[in-house]
Structures are given as C-alpha cells and as structure tokens.
Design a protein around this ligand. Structure first.
Ligand SMILES: NC(=O)c1ccc[n+]([C@@H]2O[C@H](COP(=O)([O-])OP(=O)(O)OC[C@H]3O[C@@H](n4cnc5c(N)ncnc54)[C@H](O)[C@@H]3O)[C@@H](O)[C@H]2O)c1
Length: 381
C-alpha cells in the first residue's frame, strides 16, 4: 500500500489543548496506527512541534516520542517538508500565526476562535482562498456522545416541531486567591483574547445550528462576576472581560431559546453543559455524555400548589437514551476529516468559514450588549 507523509507544524504544542487532545488523542493515534487510510493510500502525519519555551517543548516532544521540535515558528514555516500549520496556542496570537502561515503557502487548521472578529476572519479566509489553500476550524464538541444522541433524535423526528431550547453551561472557576484557578489567566484578559463569549460561544454556534437550526438573531447581556484574580505566578490582576452571559436566541424557524453561560456558577444540573430541546412531540436533554428524553406519552401532568410541596419527582419520567453507535474523540474526527479534505478533497463542513460564523455569534452578543438591541446573524458574504 502506498504511504504519503503529511508534514504538520503544531504551534502551541506545550498548551493544554494542543498537547492532550490534538497530539495525544488525535495526531499520535493516527501516526501510531500507521497513518490514516485515504482512498488507496495511508497518510502518515510527520509532526514538528513549536513552543515558546525550549525546555517545555523538548519535554513534550520527548514524552510523546516526536523527534522534531523548535522554538522558531518562522523557521518552521519556511520548511517545505511541512505543508500544514495547526494553531492551538493562545487566542490573541492566532491571527498573526494564520497570516504568516498563509504567506508561507501552508494549509491551515486552527483552534477556536479562528479570529478576533468576523472582519479579520474574512480577511484571512480571502487570503487563504486566493492562494488555493485549504482551511479548517476545530469544532469538536458536536461529536460528544450526549450531543450525538440529541442530534440523532432530531434527525429521527423525535421532537416534532421544535418550540424552544435551553443551553446551560458553567461551573465555579476559583479566583486563585485561596484555591488555584482552573483556567489560564489569559482567559480573563482582553488583550490575550480572553472572555467567556469569545471563548465559549463559538462552540454554542455550531452545536445549535448543526443540531437544531440556523440562528436569526440574538439579544445578550454579559457581566464580570469576579473582577480581581490571581495568576499562575501568584500576582493579582484586574479582569477586563466577561465571565457570565445570558442570551436569547431566535432561530430562523421562529423558535426561541436561551443560553446561560457562566464561570461563576455552581453546578446543580445533570452536567456542566446541558442542552434541552423542547418539541411538540417530545423533549430531550443532552449533557456532554448522557442524554434523557421524554416523549408525549410519558409527559406528566405537572402540578403545583402554593400551600404544599407536591413532592412530584420530575426526573422519573425521563428515560436515558442508550448509545446507538461507537462515539469517537471529536478532535480525532476533526483531524481525520481535515486530512481527507486536504488529500482527497473530501467534503468538509468545519472550514474557516464555519469558524468565522462561530465567531459571529460571540461578536453579535457583544454588540447586542453594548448597543442594547437585537443583532441579526446575517449570512457571511
Ligand atoms: N476546542 C476546545 O474545546 C478548546 C478547549 C480549550 C482551549 N481551546 C483553544 O485552544 C487555545 C489554547 O488554549 P489552552 O487552554 O490550551 O491554553 P494554554 O494556556 O494551556 O496554552 C496556550 C499555549 O500558548 C502559550 N501561551 C500562553 N500565554 C501566552 C502568551 N501571553 N503569549 C504567547 N504564548 C502564550 C502557552 O505557553 C501554551 O503553549 C485557545 O485558543 C483556546 O481557545 C479550545
């Protein structure tokens, strides 16, 4: 069988998401399986890790048994053995990395958010397309079992007409004062590309539009629950971004839904993320892994009485949706799809264009809050 080597520069290789999900759970899985089958050939990734810190990047390279690493991004970009650049480093540097990669005629695959704004994303997309370069954005959450189960219920017509949805997300992120913070401090700094809307809403866009339907418009409000935090070095800093958001969404089918997201809430839900979809024939709620459904036939008569606790157990009428297929790591599926698109021109939905629409939802929510009005999510030109 023919084998082809695909050179991939992995920028931000020491970061949490690049080192774990993209390298350990995806690219190394493909490499260690002897490559990805694409048509009649096997495509084997050859990786070049790039990080800022020599010691950290060499440690990761050694740990993952990857011989090639560097701290010189420009040098990596000028190496013709690598035709693809993946960026999973800190958000605010992404546009520069993409710009340089395009100038070096590399295909690009990048983490979310793909750009700081729709305008900037569109400029980068135009630049990539004018050089006939392939492009992709990471949209991994849709492959999680709970969301696949919701998606399958939707495809099978379980809901009837969708009436509405409720997306609830969040947990308590410690401020670092007494208990270490669970998120990098750049998440809380505007100049570093932080903020909950920019960080999380790109995911909500593709989840909602792929499972339920197109978004017509949004109205949104944000706030900062914890204005002062302590960083990784123990230094106090001021938070200048949102960490809490509430959004009303109107879909193109006329249904309304809500998104409540917060890094300053305590979980009393079935999961840190839940999406409930209500339809005329039934409702279902998916977490990241599990999913529960309630068809019309088992919908209870809900009762309430101001004088008594009716002790009605509303959970008992929901049945867990069993797994219906093997569920695979979303980052691995994303890489496989991108490589097939790259090598064999296979159809690919998670392009930069999709990634820009992901940014568009976050941007529309910011704009709505600042201008205190509904914002339409118009089609990208
Ligand atoms: N798809 C997802 O679900 C998902 C999850 C987490 C993160 N991400 C995205 O991945 C990217 C990295 O996130 P992470 O959680 O791995 O972050 P991280 O802080 O663990 O890693 C970021 C990388 O950038 C480097 N870095 C950190 N601060 C920097 C600075 N000020 N200047 C230059 N480099 C810096 C770090 O050394 C590291 O290599 C972000 O864009 C984030 O939005 C995506």
């Amino acid at each position: 069988m023919a084998t082809t080597t695909l050179g991939i520069v992995v920028n931000g290789a020491t970061g949490r998401i690049a080192s774990t999900q993209h390298l350990e759970q995806a690219l190394l899985v493909i490499r260690n399986a002897g490559g990805l089958q694409v048509g009649d050939q096997r495509v084997i990734p050859r990786l070049l890790l790039v990080g800022r810190d020599k010691e950290r990047v060499s440690n990761i390279a050694q740990k993952l048994d990857i011989p090639d690493w560097t701290t010189d991004l420009d040098g990596a970009l000028s190496d013709s053995a690598y035709s693809v650049v993946f960026d999973g480093a800190v958000t605010h540097q992404r546009e520069t990395v993409i710009e340089k990669a395009i100038a070096a005629k590399k295909h690009i695959y990048v983490e979310k958010p793909v750009a700081p704004s729709v305008k900037r994303g569109a400029e980068l997309l135009r630049a990539a397309e004018s050089r006939n370069l392939k492009h992709g954005a990471v949209e991994d959450k849709i492959y999680l079992p709970g969301l696949q189960k919701l998606s399958d219920l939707m495809k099978n017509g379980f809901f009837g007409r969708v009436i509405g949805f409720r997306l609830d997300f969040g947990w308590w992120v410690f401020d670092g004062e007494q208990i270490p913070c669970q998120r990098p401090s750049w998440n809380y700094q505007k100049a570093a590309g932080g903020g909950l809307l920019l960080d999380m809403y790109p995911h909500w866009r593709y989840i909602l539009e792929e499972i339920i339907g197109r978004i017509r418009r949004v109205v949104s409000a944000s706030s900062t629950a914890t204005p002062e935090r302590v960083d990784e070095t123990g230094k106090k800093y001021d938070v200048d971004v949102d960490d809490t958001s509430s959004t009303i969404v109107e879909l193109e089918n006329g249904a309304f839904g809500t998104i409540i997201s917060s890094w300053a809430t305590r979980v009393r839900r079935d999961d840190v993320f839940t999406l409930q979809i209500d339809g005329t024939n039934g409702s279902a709620l998916g977490g990241f892994h599990r999913c529960w459904a309630q068809p019309m036939a088992t919908t209870p008569h809900a009762r309430w009485n101001p004088n008594f606790d009716m002790e009605q157990d509303f959970r008992k009428d929901w049945k867990e949706v069993p797994p219906s297929k093997p569920y695979r790591n979303g980052y691995l599926v994303g890489w496989e799809n991108f490589i097939r698109h790259l090598v064999a021109d296979a159809p690919f939905k998670s392009t930069m264009r999709a990634g820009i629409r992901d940014v568009q939802l976050a941007e529309a929510c910011y704009e709505s809050f600042v201008e205190r009005r509904w914002i339409d999510l118009v089609d990208l030109p």
